[in-house]
Design a protein. Structure first.
Length: 78
């Protein structure tokens, strides 16, 4: 695991308690070409507010705190 990935995970740990409070969770999947891929779990996996949670929460925090991050995407469920 790269230092950048460790930095991303540390930032995700800051927001996880807020997501868990609503019955959901998130998991780091990968970081490639500036894009962080995460998996949404629990109540977050099919929540109507998922896009807002990603853009105004997770992505905003990562863009602010981790140099090199240009966006966040949710891993497709299979």
């Amino acid at each position: 695991m790269s230092e950048k990935e460790k930095e991303i995970i540390a930032v995700l740990e800051k927001i996880r308690p807020y997501i868990q409070r609503d019955g959901g969770d998130l998991e780091f999947v990968s970081f490639k070409d500036g894009i962080v891929t995460i998996k949404m779990l629990g109540a977050c996996s099919d929540c109507l507010a998922l896009d807002d949670t990603i853009s105004m929460g997770v992505e905003a925090l990562l863009l602010e705190e981790v140099e090199g991050v240009v966006g966040v995407q949710v891993a497709q469920a299979y």
